[in-house]
Design a binder for this molecule. Structure first.
Ligand SMILES: O=C(O)c1ccc[n+]([C@@H]2O[C@H](COP(=O)([O-])O)[C@@H](O)[C@H]2O)c1
Ligand SMILES: Cc1cc2nc[nH]c2cc1C
Length: 361
C-alpha cells in the first residue's frame, strides 16, 4: 500500500520547457514545418519525459505480466486455461511472437508470474504470484483490494529495478487466457460504454460463444457493480492480476520518468486504469498499435492518445512494442541528426505551418 500511494504522489507532468525546446529544434530542421508528422510529436514528447532535447535509447525491455482468470469457466475463450502456463514458460524459450519481434528489434523481455494458476517452476520467470488465478467475476469480485494493490506494486517494483539497471524505454505485454473478457469489463465499467461496444472475439470465438461472452461480461458488471470513481474497486471486482500488474508498470514508468509503450487491448485497459489514477501518466505513454479488439479505440479516445500503427494485430504478449520502439528510435535519430536551416544555408522568412501561421525561427 505504501509503495502504491507513494508512487501516485510522485508522478509529475512531463517537462513542458524541454518539450518546447524540442519543438524549436524540430522547426529549425531542414524540412517544411511539421512535415515529419507523428515522428515530430514522438521526439518532442520523449524530450518532455527525459527533460533533454537530444535522446538515445540505450536498452529496451518489455514487461510481460502473466496471470489466470477464473471467468474462463464461463466459456468466454476458445483457448484452454493451461495455455497461460504453457505460453508463460515459452516466453523463456524464445519461440513466441513477442520473442521473435523483440529479438529482431534488439529488445529484452521480463516475464512475470503475477498469478498463473499452476505454479511456474522456471528461474527465468519472476515470481510475483498474488494468488492462483483470480476468482470467477460472474460470482463475485476477481480479487480483494489488497490483492489488487499487491499486483500493482509488483508492477511498480519491477519497473523500478529495470530503470535502475539502465533500461531507457519499456513496453507492456501480458499472457492470460480470458483477459479480453476482463479488459472489456473494465473498459465498460470506466467509460460507461455498453458491453456491445467494448467486447471482441479475443483469440477467436464462434458466433454462439461470442453472444455468451457478452452476457457473461454484462452479468459480471451487474453482480459486482464496480464504482467507476474508484479504480481499485473496478480492477479488483471485474479485472485481472495481469491488468493490475501492468497498471503498476505504467504508474512506475511515470514515477521514474521512463517512456512506456502500450501494446494491445489488455495493456490498453491497464493504461486507462493508470490514467484514471493519475492523469499525468499520459505524458509517459506511447501507444504502439490499435488492437483489433473494438474496445481499444474507446480507450485511446478516453486517454487522448493516437496509436502509431494499425496492423489489425490481436496477439497481445507485448508484440506491438518492438515495432513501436523502432519508430520511436527513428524519431529520435531524426531530431538528433538532421541538419538545420542554417546548416543548409536556407533562408526561412517564408516559413508557415500547415494551418497557415507564420513560423519565426
Ligand atoms: O492484446 C490484444 O489486443 C489481444 C487480443 C486478443 C487476444 N489476446 C491474447 O489472447 C489471450 C486472451 O484471449 P481470450 O480469447 O482468451 O480472452 C491473452 O493471452 C492475450 O495475450 C490479446
Ligand atoms: C498459442 C497462443 C499464444 C498466445 N499468446 C497470447 N495469446 C495466445 C493464444 C494462443 C493460442
Amino acid at each position: 500500500m505504501k509503495l502504491f500511494e507513494e508512487t501516485l504522489r510522485e508522478i509529475y507532468p512531463g517537462d513542458k520547457d524541454a518539450e518546447k525546446k524540442a519543438w524549436d529544434r524540430l522547426n529549425g530542421l531542414t524540412k517544411p514545418i511539421g512535415s515529419l508528422g507523428e515522428l515530430e510529436d514522438i521526439a518532442a514528447k520523449f524530450a518532455g519525459i527525459t527533460g533533454k532535447v537530444f535522446n538515445e535509447i540505450e536498452k529496451k525491455n518489455i514487461v510481460i505480466m502473466c496471470g489466470d482468470n477464473g471467468v474462463v469457466e464461463e466459456g468466454v475463450s476458445s483457448c484452454p486455461q493451461d495455455l497461460t502456463y504453457i505460453v508463460t514458460n515459452n516466453f523463456t524459450r524464445g519461440i513466441t511472437g513477442v520473442n521473435v519481434l523483440a529479438k529482431f528489434y534488439k529488445s529484452d523481455i521480463t516475464v512475470v508470474d503475477v498469478g498463473v494458476k499452476k505454479k511456474i517452476d522456471n528461474p527465468k520467470v519472476i515470481d510475483k504470484r498474488v494468488m492462483e488465478g483470480t476468482n470467477n467475476i460472474v460470482k463475485g469480485p476477481a480479487m480483494t483490494r489488497e490483492q489488487c494493490i499487491e499486483a500493482i506494486e509488483a508492477g511498480i517494483d519491477i519497473v523500478e529495478k529495470l530503470v535502475k539497471s539502465g533500461y531507457s524505454i519499456l513496453g507492456t505485454g501480458e499472457m492470460g487466457i480470458g483477459n479480453t473478457t476482463t479488459s472489456a469489463a473494465i473498459i465498460s465499467a470506466i467509460t460507461g460504454l455498453s458491453v456491445e461496444k467494448t467486447v471482441g472475439k479475443g483469440s477467436a470465438l464462434t458466433a454462439e460463444a461470442f453472444e455468451n461472452k457478452k452476457k457473461v461480461i454484462q452479468k459480471a458488471l451487474d453482480v459486482n457493480k464496480p464504482n467507476e470513481e474508484d479504480i481499485i474497486d473496478v480492477i479488483s471486482k471485474v479485472g485481472g492480476l495481469d491488468i493490475a500488474g501492468l497498471c503498476g508498470a505504467f504508474l512506475g514508468a511515470a514515477r521514474y520518468k521512463v517512456p512506456i509503450v502500450i501494446d494491445g487491448i489488455i495493456a490498453s485497459a491497464a493504461a486507462l486504469c493508470a490514467y484514471k489514477l493519475n492523469k499525468n501518466v499520459k505524458d509517459y505513454m506511447f501507444p504502439s498499435h490499435l488492437s483489433a479488439e473494438p474496445g481499444a479505440i474507446y480507450v485511446m479516445k478516453e486517454i487522448g492518445l493516437t496509436p502509431m500503427l494499425n496492423l489489425r494485430m490481436r496477439l497481445g504478449e507485448g508484440s506491438g512494442c518492438p515495432l513501436a520502439f523502432s519508430i520511436i528510435e527513428s524519431a529520435l535519430y531524426t531530431i538528433n541528426n538532421m541538419g538545420t536551416f542554417d546548416d543548409a544555408n536556407i533562408v526561412t522568412d517564408y516559413l508557415i505551418d500547415y494551418e497557415g501561421n507564420k513560423v519565426i525561427n
